[in-house]
Design a binder for this molecule. Structure first.
Ligand code: OAD
Length: 238
């Protein structure tokens, strides 16, 4: 493990073209549960599985139930960026990291100071009307009661990508661009189970693909360096 971290450190020292691609595991050390770990969201008991609640159809049909889940499980008050978020922001400020590509919707990379953040699945900190698309502050949606409504009568929704919905093509293209031209691609805290996000790795053409994850992923065998550890521990050493 120490040798692997030393190698990663050396790679980072010699590069000004690093791209990071991450998921829910980046925020667990901030106190936000991930989706697929044994104690993650998908193992908790709700009337419906989270994948169902987080779908477009469910949001349209049962917005009350959606918002119950949203406010209890997606919005967690008082969370702060952890060592991984902070080190990534520093690497960008040092001119070494070009972009953070994230599947997370929690805004913690920006809170840590990262500037170039591509949010593949959107953010719970933005809201808009699902009928007329008027933007709204997220506060009432995240902390109010009942189903938030627009002046046009439409339901206000979070600017996140629900299941059954396509990803934003501009963000996806930009992510592909950064990954395709990266010298080092560090992938961390993601089970690499959800497509199309997980498939982004296939655009990487370099020879320094780093995977940092607590558990194994389907991409471990393609990586040049695999570190099975807590991402915060790794980032505090590089
Ligand atoms: P997952 O919950 O599928 O995977 C998180 C991964 O992070 C797991 O493999 C954990 O072992 C690992 N992990 C957890 N904490 C870690 C830590 N501190 N250090 C290192 N690894 C850690 O989350 P994602 O891959 O992000 O989509 O899931 C992708 C998408 O599935 C989410 O964006 C969300 C969900 O459904 C939507 O809501 C559209």
């Amino acid at each position: 493990m120490d040798e692997k971290i030393a190698e990663l450190k050396e790679w980072i020292a010699g590069s000004d073209n690093i791209v990071f691609f991450g998921g829910a595991g980046v925020s667990t050390e901030s106190g936000i549960p991930d989706f697929r770990s044994v104690d993650g969201l998908y193992h908790q008991k709700w009337k419906y599985p989270p994948e169902t609640i987080l779908s477009h159809t469910f949001f349209e049909r049962m917005p009350e139930e959606y918002y119950r889940f949203h406010r209890q499980k997606l919005v967690i008050d008082g969370v702060q960026p952890n060592r991984a978020h902070k080190r990534l922001a520093e690497l960008e400020a040092e001119g070494k990291l070009r972009a953070v590509i994230t599947q997370n919707i929690d805004g913690l990379h920006q809170a840590a100071g990262s500037k170039k953040v591509l949010e593949l699945h959107g953010s719970i900190w933005r809201a808009y009307c699902s009928r007329c698309r008027k933007p709204y502050p997220a506060e009432q949606m995240n902390h109010g009661e009942g189903v938030p409504r627009c002046s046009c009568g439409g339901v206000i929704r979070p600017d996140i990508v629900l299941y059954e919905e396509p990803l934003d093509q501009d963000i996806l293209s930009e992510a592909v661009h950064y990954i395709r031209h990266a010298e080092i691609l560090i992938v961390g805290g993601t089970s690499l189970n959800v497509y199309p996000a997980a498939g982004l790795i296939n655009y990487y053409r370099g020879d320094k693909l780093v995977l940092i994850n607590r558990s194994e992923t389907p991409y471990d065998r393609y990586a040049d360096l695999v570190i099975h550890a807590n991402i915060g521990d790794v980032f505090s050493q590089i």
